[in-house]
Design a protein around this ligand. Structure first.
Ligand SMILES: C=C(O[C@@H]1C=C(C(=O)O)C=C[C@H]1O)C(=O)O
Length: 389
């Protein structure tokens, strides 16, 4: 038997509630809008790439199943970062949906992981040269951190801690080909319900210091971060305009907090045109410049060149849609891919590089972003690295 969260003898606590457990889910998202917990499901045969084909595959799955809006069936899963990749989506019928409130956070033990990654700083420096040469305006560069799973805890307890520390986000656990993909995303790419469409991009960030209740003044006054943010909002507004009526794009961002970060955020709303569902909108935007860059194609090329390995589902989409198109798709961020066989977790974190960025600040930003999953894995109440002292 290997060490790790899923293999300990500790009795699993009820995780997302007394009726369902994280451990039993093929897909689960706990968010302010409620809990979606599914077991089992039929994988969709989704063609690689091409947003229209993905949407068609989802429609076909609903059609074959005889699904009707309101009958409770959902398609859920993940869409990878790379537009040429293959989405892992399933039609699920065994679903629990209900309101959800985060469990109380528990105390735990402390461990520390500090990656020494001069290579990341070098990649940021290379990206700055490319930006300076006029090849592109922004690129988001990510790095990974492998850490052993702590012994003596359970997947359910970890996800409870993650959800408790991130009550305003989307805490997810999805069984994928590569392992159990978990995380607490702060970023909504697209949601559609009876009230309309919402997209809430985040870009321009600072680590959040322990106990800090208001955003740092240097984020609010940073022209670099506001420019970085505007690049994302402009792109999303342009992509959503043909899909919506009356798109409302606030002129200025509002600071948004996670457990470890401050972000500039803009809540974009509109009324979807007939036939436009949450997945149509999310795929039209994906991969947003919040996780790729501007122009998107140039940024994707640079990401493929400068990052050592493909991102897989990191910076992809996680979410669900019903047959009417109502659903929510968040970015796969602040995530950990659990390999309970080897007893290890892989974490990803990235940061947007624009003119004026520095390798040190971007490295510190990624360290702070790792802290969301690390703190929940190790049971720390507060992250042990990242936010400046
Ligand atoms: C890329 C990540 O986060 C994204 C990048 C941000 C930024 O560069 O300011 C902010 C939020 C996310 O859109 C990540 O968490 O790994």
């Amino acid at each position: 038997m290997s060490a790790g969260l899923a293999t300990t003898a500790a009795a699993p606590r009820p995780a997302v509630g007394t009726d369902v457990r994280w451990e039993d889910a093929s897909f689960a998202v706990a968010a302010p809008s409620g809990l979606v917990h599914a077991t089992g499901g039929t994988p969709l045969d989704v063609p690689r790439g091409h947003e229209a084909d993905v949407v068609a595959a989802v429609r076909e799955a609903f059609r074959r199943n005889g699904s009707r809006p309101g009958d409770g069936s959902l398609v859920c899963g993940v869409v990878p970062f790379d537009p040429d990749g293959t989405a892992e989506l399933s039609l699920v019928r065994d679903i629990v949906r209900r309101p959800w409130a985060p469990p109380a956070a528990g105390a735990g033990r402390t461990t520390r992981e500090v990656p020494d990654d001069p290579g990341y700083r070098a990649a940021v420096a290379e990206a700055l040269l490319r930006i300076g040469a006029g090849d592109l305006e922004k690129v988001v560069l990510a790095r990974t951190l492998d850490t052993p799973l702590p012994v003596g805890s359970t997947v359910g307890a970890y996800l409870d801690r993650l959800a408790a520390a991130n009550p305003h986000g989307w805490t997810f656990a999805v069984r994928t080909a590569a392992g159990l993909l978990t995380g607490a995303s702060p970023e909504l790419v697209a949601a559609v319900d009876g009230n309309g469409l919402v997209s809430h991009p985040l870009a321009g960030s600072r680590p959040r210091r322990a106990g800090e209740t208001g955003p740092p003044a240097d984020l609010l006054s940073s022209t670099k971060d506001h420019r970085e943010h505007a690049l994302v909002v402009d792109h999303i507004a342009e992509r959503l305009a043909p899909l919506t009526h009356g798109l409302d794009v606030p002129a200025a961002p509002v600071p948004t907090a996670t457990d470890t970060m401050w972000h500039l955020g803009t809540r974009i709303t509109g009324t979807p045109r007939a036939g436009v569902g949450s997945l149509d909108a999310a795929l039209r935007i994906h991969p947003t410049p919040a996780v790729s860059g501007v122009p998107v194609e140039a940024a994707l090329d640079l990401v493929r060149t400068l990052e050592p390995a493909p991102r897989g589902n990191y910076a992809g989409l996680v979410g669900w849609t019903d047959a009417a198109g109502h659903g929510e798709w968040a970015l796969v961020l602040r995530c950990a891919l659990l390999d309970t066989g080897s007893g290890s977790a892989r974490l990803w974190a990235g940061a947007g590089v624009v003119a004026g960025s520095t390798p040190d600040a971007e490295h510190a930003e990624t360290a702070a972003k790792f802290a969301t999953a690390l703190a929940a894995l190790t049971g720390d109440d507060r992250p042990t690295e990242g936010p400046a002292q």
